[in-house]
Ligand binder design. Structure first.
Ligand code: HEC
Ligand SMILES: [Cu+2]
Length: 317
């Protein structure tokens, strides 16, 4: 801890520093506005106190110019702050397309992370610097909340759905990771750390500990084991959608709507195939509820993500 006054946790990303500038600007303007009121109240209370000699003849009834000014000026400033904040918010909630995925599963009371090549860790998260990282998170039990003060970033982690949070660390170091949603007895112990390191060091760290097969490899094994391949392989005689290139694609649904295929959509397609039917296909896909756990579904999604135009569902990653 530095000797100076530390108001906020150190910021470890450009977005975090942007949030601080916005925050202090907001506090500054609010203080300024409150200050004007306090000063005016004090001045008028003194000048027009009982018994003062102040001139009370012909008090003005209104001053249009003044009223317009004190309405329009703060309105403009605060609307400007709103637009600024909305812009930052939208940018923070939309991960860039090339963001590196890391899978996070929360449970009472720990954070489990798995990197694309299969390296796993608990209550620690190694990330490369200057690289957008996208966390695809879910919970095995109750609602948790992934909170990294150094990134000014927080997202609820909810059972039964995916939450995505992204950041781009630009300062090497270790930063606290907290659970910010009361989740039971040991909630306060559900803490970990983010370790931001140069990309080369991260790559070395990740590769030296990969004792498991990569996430996409595991997804491929599950894809075969659970018979997805029987319908979704290119050579299959069953009429089923092509899964290569699915993430990010606009999907036309049988009910006439369209939806962008994100992780949540793919997860729903596997667990509740009846919920959203792809236009032009029969409702023959069985539900895999109860047969696949969250980590297995994430692995299958990563396998689907690994497919591209040259490689179709059913082929080895
Ligand atoms: C009996 C054949 C069959 C099996 C087995 C099957 N699917 Fe499907 N799947 C389909 C059909 C048909 C559709 C399109 C109709 C629909 O949306 O339900 C579909 C849709 C999907 C979609 C949405 C595709 C899109 O373009 O939006 C995904 C993702 C998917 N399946 C993944 C899987 C996975 C993963 C498995 C194995 C765990 C699997 N499927 C097993 C037949 C099957
Ligand atoms: Cu928690």
């Amino acid at each position: 801890m530095s000797a100076g006054l530390t108001v906020l946790a150190p910021a470890a990303s450009a977005a975090a520093r942007g949030a601080d500038v916005l925050y202090f600007t907001l506090v500054g303007f609010s203080t300024f506005m409150a200050g004007i009121f306090i000063v005016l109240i004090a001045v008028f209370s003194y000048r027009y106190r009982k018994g003062s000699q102040a001139n009370r003849e012909k008090p003005p009834t209104h001053a249009k110019g003044l009223e317009a000014a004190w309405t329009i000026a703060p309105l403009t400033v605060f609307l400007g702050l709103f637009v600024w904040a909305a812009y930052d918010y939208v940018r923070q909630s939309q991960p860039p397309d090339d963001a590196m995925p890391i899978f996070v599963v929360a449970r009472q009371w720990m954070w489990k992370a798995e990197h694309a090549n299969g390296r796993r860790e608990i209550n620690e998260l190694h990330v490369p610097l200057n690289t957008p990282v996208k966390l695809i998170m879910t919970s095995q039990d109750v609602i948790h909340s992934f909170f990294v003060p150094a990134f000014r970033n927080k997202r609820d982690v909810v059972p039964g759905r995916y939450s995505v949070l992204w950041f781009e660390a630009d300062r090497a170091g270790e930063y606290p990771l907290l659970c910010a949603e009361y989740c039971g007895t040991d909630h306060s112990a559900m803490i970990g750390r983010i370790i931001a390191m140069p990309p080369e060091a991260y790559a070395r760290w990740r590769d030296e500990g990969a004792r498991h097969p990569g996430v996409a490899q595991r997804g491929y094994a599950l894809f075969r084991q659970h018979g997805c391949i029987g319908c979704h392989a290119a050579a299959s005689t069953v009429h089923a959608p092509e899964l290569a290139g699915l993430p990010g694609r606009r999907v036309h649904l049988a009910d006439g709507g369209t939806i962008t295929a994100d992780e949540t959509y793919i997860r729903d397609s596997i667990l509740e195939p009846q919920k959203q039917i792809v236009a032009g296909f029969d409702t023959i896909m069985p539900s895999f509820k109860g047969q696949l756990n969250e980590e297995e579904i994430m692995a299958i999604i990563e396998y689907i993500r690994s497919l591209d135009a040259g490689r179709h569902a059913g082929e080895r990653p």
